[in-house]
Write a protein that binds this ligand. Sequence first.
Ligand code: ZN
Length: 394
Amino acid sequence: MKLSSALCVLALAVSSVHAKEYTASERAIRLAQENLLIDTHIDVPYRINEKWDDVSKATKGGDFDYPRAMKGGLNAPFMSIYIPANLEFEGKGESYQLANQLIDGMEALAQRAPHKFAMAYSTQDIEAQFDKGLMSIAMGMENGSPIEGDLGNLKHFFDRGVRYITLAHSQSNHISDSSYDVRRKWKGLSPFGKQLVVEMNKIGMLIDVSHISDAAFYQVMEISKVPVIASHSSLRKYTPGFERNMDDDMLLALKKNGGVIQINFGSSFVTNSSRSWYDKRSAEEKEATSRGANKTDFRAAYIARNPFPFATLEQVLDHIDHVVKLIGIEHVGIGSDYDGVGDSLPTGLKDVSTYPNLVQGLLDRGYSEKDIKLILGGNTLRVWKHAEAYAAKF
Ligand SMILES: [Zn+2]
């Protein structure tokens, strides 16, 4: 016992050498608490579908639960109706089935704890529920595969409360090419994808350009009559060659469109060293498993040999700064990817309780309270309102 507690002290001493302590001032906490905070990408639905947990109460694992979200000042998470990309999966009803089940899970959560949560279907809901102290559950669909080439399904998912669709995920689908997929079947959007963008505008469904290929992004820019979001993307400036993030030309196009990029916190989206860590591990893993190694064992040994280079809160702030400098304060928001990026979150931003640290960082960099309000939720709300107003014409 004595020995193990001595080891514990040693472990803490070692980790405190590496990890800077983040504390938010009263002012930063107040700003996070008092202003509308929207995070456009949190992966709770898939997380609890894989391993159920009651996130209306404190949970042991995961990045989101109600008490921590309250501590962080979160008012309106967009819960991700995430559908894994899998060609075998697409077009055979499974995506549609899973999307409906994940939506059911969110409705069940809101109904189980009606004094904590309420579903949000409009910006009016978001504002009214903010005033009442209820946490809004908004929904975005990550991967358009459940649409299955049928505009009736677009209406179905809109009616069920989905308010944005990420056109593709990690593989090209029937709507769009994916940034992760070397096959560029459509050279951007498919003919149906182009039609879908028009219909999404008309119905008031936001278009999410995260994950799609550059060509698809520029085609969306041409077709969409409404500002778009990049619900959980970061900048290619800090991760050269990583098409999943946005480059400066794309940011300039986004400015023209009036849209918002919500910065992803995952370390591998934020720094090149975290990105290369994954690339190197994948390469070595491929070789090791081809020689018969067990994947889990390989990964444990790999991380023991190569500690993961976590990004820091400051590096996340660099992404926000760059967007602001290049295209202005009106075009950046928060899309953390909590519960979607495993153990790769940056120091200082480990879960939904840590938004005040981000606010502190913004204050330290000279952002005004008005600016911070826009980043926390104002910009996202503006784009959503624009989509609602456009759809009201039809
Ligand atoms: Zn994603």
